[in-house]
Design a protein. Structure first.
Length: 563
């Protein structure tokens, strides 16, 4: 095709061009009519589908340049994209030779920059630049140098529309791929962040468990010797000495409850509390909670009166957690010296719930503090509400709720727990207690010695070990009447020791009780141990209760210590 500003003679079937005229305007193939140059709609649709199906932005751009090459046969073609970080247009894919007019350029500069900035096709001599648009944004441009078009002076409107369709398909494919890559990158970052959070949770749980164990183990020793002294097992004492030890014992219990509250608050806020619910009676739970606080009630000169309108009211829950929750409600009525006041506990079924009303006679809470009574970080009456916050969360974990109201009688807590709808069976009969030794496996010397002295004072034969491997050898050689096992012991850890004892033919029926200071050691026992252990004593150990359980399995004899 000859251009208007050259004197080159035309030859039949062939066009000769001067170098200066080669880029004057897009050339037209004289043997191609406008209809022949027009795009086949089916072929165009297939090309656009192929571009959009490519998940990789560079390949999608290359497919777009190939589609232009098949349709218009340009000497060179480029895909130019905008780098927002540097506000520059640069070549991302190319077919043919480089050209200085299609190098890195600024928006609005030259035909390529103009096509990008103004969002329209630009024809400048032999250069045709069409913008790449997607989702309302201009991402770059497709650029051709030379080519065969159906118009006398360049591409027709239909051909420009085809170019824009290809360019927009490239833009859409690139944007979708970029969005997908960003989503995958963010998903990886979120997963990495989640894993760091999980690792933090594991670290926190391990720290809480370690702190719980280390704080509770010394309290076990204190409680053991105080219990022995108060029972007269360490010799006679004057009334003044007995009173002093009773004060120490009572404050040891308070320290234990404070430690428990802090650790349980951390677990509740982390959603780590497990319940292992079982059918139980509210009447017996409340009786045990009152019994735990009897000495505190005597010191405050408060009478606790429990009234049950019917027989036992059965619910499903974790006994230890419910006892602690009711103790927190009762403790609110034992603050300070309250001579002559009463705490009344009323238990009755109401519809499908077991209802408990705890009436703290004479306790008055200002209205502005009543609504914040269960918020852990609010201070009420000079004391934080940690215990009441724990109580509400424990009841809610059991599917119930806890509310409070101020009445003429005093402050009233209303507790509702779903009634247990199943059949409550009597416990199966245990074999008669048998003679034999109690094996203690505990690495803390003070705690171990306290257990030895308490049990030998109750006329039990005791053999104690600080190392799990030595204890295992003895248990497998001569099965004891009962094993008291700390989980954190050197040699063989507690869980492995239980497994090995149960796998042996002589240790399958040996009663094993875990003694642990780890937080929530008793919760989830069935899931963690199955049928492998007979119970858990949380540190600091309630020694009278421990002796009661030991008596169910072992008959006392002549106390003897073997270490």
């Amino acid at each position: 095709m000859a251009t208007k500003d050259t004197q080159t003679p035309r030859r039949r079937g062939k066009t000769t061009e001067q170098p200066a005229a080669r880029t004057a305007r897009p050339r037209r193939n004289p043997g191609t009519s406008t209809k022949q140059a027009a795009a086949d709609p089916g072929a165009l649709f297939a090309e656009i589908q192929a571009i959009l199906a490519d998940a990789r932005p560079p390949e999608a751009l290359k497919r777009g340049l190939q589609a232009l090459e098949r349709s218009f046969r340009p000497r060179s073609a480029w895909a130019v994209v905008h780098d927002s970080a540097f506000d520059r247009l640069s070549v991302a894919a190319a077919r043919g030779r480089a050209d200085s007019r299609v190098q890195a350029t600024a928006p609005g500069e030259g035909p390529v920059g103009t096509a990008f900035s103004e969002g329209r096709a630009v024809i400048d001599g032999a250069i045709v630049a069409v913008p790449m648009r997607a989702f309302g944004r201009t991402l770059g441009a497709l650029v051709m140098l030379g080519g065969s078009y159906g118009g006398e002076d360049g591409p027709t409107a239909d051909e420009l529309a085809r170019m824009e369709a290809v360019a927009n398909a490239c833009g859409a494919a690139s944007e979708v791929a970029r969005t997908r890559n960003d989503a995958e990158r963010r998903a990886r970052e979120l997963e990495a962040a989640a894993e760091r959070l999980r690792e933090g949770d594991r670290t926190r749980d391990a720290l809480l468990s370690h702190l719980s164990h280390e704080l509770r183990t010394p309290l076990t020793t204190l409680k053991g010797y105080l219990a022995m002294a108060l029972k007269g097992k360490l010799g006679e004492m004057t009334p003044k000495q007995v009173n002093a030890l009773a004060v120490c014992d009572r404050n040891t219990d308070r320290l234990l409850r404070l430690i428990n509250d802090l650790l349980l608050t951390a677990r509740l806020q982390a959603g780590k509390m497990t319940l292992d619910p079982k059918p139980l009676g509210l009447r017996s739970v409340l009786a045990e909670a009152v019994d735990y606080l009897r000495s505190d009630a005597e010191a405050s000169q408060v009478l606790i009166d429990t009234r049950v309108q019917t027989g036992e009211v059965f619910v499903r829950g974790n006994r230890d957690r419910l006892i602690e929750a009711f103790m927190h409600l009762l403790e609110r009525g034992l603050r300070g010296k309250r001579d002559g006041h009463r705490i009344e506990v009323r238990v009755a079924p109401r519809g499908r719930v077991g209802a408990v009303d705890v009436v703290l006679g004479g306790v008055q809470v200002p209205p502005d503090q009543l609504e914040n009574l269960f918020e852990v970080f609010r201070v009420e009456g000079g004391s934080p509400n940690i215990g009441l916050s724990i109580a509400r969360q424990v009841f809610e974990l059991h599917g119930g709720h806890l509310d409070a109201e101020q009445t003429d009688e005093g402050l009233v807590f209303h507790v509702a727990l779903p009634l247990f709808a199943g059949v409550v069976t009597a416990p199966s009969e245990r074999p008669a207690p048998r003679q034999g030794e109690v094996v203690i496996v505990e690495d803390d010397a003070d705690c171990r010695n306290g257990l030895i002295e308490y049990l030998t004072a109750e006329d039990y034969a005791v053999r104690a070990y600080a190392d799990g491997r030595e204890a295992l050898e003895r248990i497998q050689e001569v099965p004891p009447a009962l094993v008291l096992l700390d989980l954190r012991i050197p040699g063989v850890d507690g869980a492995a020791l239980v497994k090995k004892v149960r796998e042996g033919s002589r240790g399958q029926h040996t009663p094993i009780f875990v003694i642990s200071g780890a937080i929530d050691a008793g919760a989830g026992t069935d899931q963690a141990w199955g049928e492998r252990v007979d119970g858990v004593f949380e540190k600091p150990i309630n020694f009278p209760y421990l002796v009661e359980r030991v008596r169910e399995f072992v008959a006392p004899g002549e106390g003897e210590e073997r270490v």
